[in-house]
Design a binder for this molecule. Structure first.
Ligand code: C2E
Ligand code: CA
Ligand code: CA
Ligand code: CA
Length: 280
């Protein structure tokens, strides 16, 4: 499906919209916008540092409202969680991503993977049906490794039988799990031990000064060594310059993601990135 781009609303002054943003207004508009074409997904490449190939991408939800303009997911996702819309939004992101990955696997590489952000509420809320996801993948004749799920420590913080059972079910089905924003929470190591994750994403606050700060270098290197001993692959987030990239390569980090390679882009633009990458 084609998504309506942001440009459609470019006549609208975004800075004006930002003044007006308040929670009540977002709540109202979010409810009314569900199921509309105001939502789209942007894709950001995740590059294999050994081969330089785009092996994966992260799906990032976008919402552009005709009056409010662009609203960041950091702003509307917590609201969607509060007012009970996160299952519907999350399902949409999953289905859209699964359909997209199917097409890119056929056109480019058969083991291409899309990484999807999951809110803790999707694990805790009984009305979110995660079992349907694995059914959807098999309907599309996709391997369960075609998608991976990015979870944060928040998933474990209010851990109940529900979370444990669902995580177990997804793991058993072969879906890969990434621990997102690693290092920013209170007990990352405890969760790392408890969760059987496949990837660990080093938060961009640790990457920011990695080319100049020795403490950050020491931490990143230690994270990579530890992860590898636990059989976990490491993805560095927020890589913005070549010096950061070179350091990450030198310590054996597996993947990197960030503006240095590309911002999150529309599916059409992502497809161009993939064809250029394949042609090299
Ligand atoms: P996140 O999962 O940590 O996603 C990474 C964020 O960092 C994205 O912001 C991305 O655009 C941004 N980013 C990527 N590379 C760079 C870089 O080099 N420098 C800088 N400064 N930033 C970079 P975005 O797209 O605004 O998303 C914000 C957050 O919203 C995400 O953080 C995630 O927690 C949440 N989110 C986005 N899409 C979804 C979704 O479909 N479901 C759920 N539950 N949450 C989502
Ligand atoms: Ca993420
Ligand atoms: Ca992150
Ligand atoms: Ca985040």
């Amino acid at each position: 499906a084609k998504f309506s781009g942001r440009n459609k609303f470019s006549f609208f002054d975004v800075s004006m919209a930002q003044h007006a943003l308040n929670k009540t207004e977002i709540v109202k508009h979010l409810r009314n916008s569900m199921g509309s074409d105001q939502f789209s997904i942007h894709y950001q490449p995740i590059v294999n540092l050994e081969t330089g190939m785009i092996d994966k991408a992260e799906s990032l939800l976008r919402w552009t409202h005709p009056e409010l303009g662009y609203i960041s997911p950091d702003e509307f996702i917590p609201i969607a969680e509060d007012i009970g819309l996160i299952c519907e939004l999350g399902d949409w992101v999953f289905r859209q991503s699964a359909s997209q990955v199917k097409s890119w696997q056929e056109k480019f590489k058969e083991n291409f993977q899309l990484s999807i952000n999951i809110s803790p509420k999707q694990f805790q809320n009984e009305s979110c049906d995660l079992q349907e996801w694995t059914d959807f993948l098999s309907q599309k004749a996709l391997s369960n490794k075609a998608v991976s799920l990015e979870i944060t420590e928040g998933v474990m913080m209010n851990e109940g039988p529900m979370t444990e059972q669902r995580l177990g079910m997804l793991k058993l089905a072969g879906i890969e799990i990434s621990l997102d924003d690693f290092g920013t929470g209170y007990s990352s190591l405890a969760y790392l031990k408890k969760l059987n994750v496949d990837y660990l994403k080093i938060d961009r606050t640790f990457i920011q000064n990695i080319h100049i700060n020795h403490d950050d270098q020491a931490m990143c290197e230690a994270i990579v060594v530890m992860a590898h001993k636990l059989n976990i692959k490491v993805i560095a987030e927020g890589v913005e310059n070549e010096a950061q990239l070179n350091f990450l390569k030198s310590v054996g980090c597996d993947y990197a993601q960030g503006y240095w390679f590309s911002k999150p882009v529309t599916s059409d633009d992502f497809e161009l990135l993939l064809s250029e990458n394949e042609a090299q």
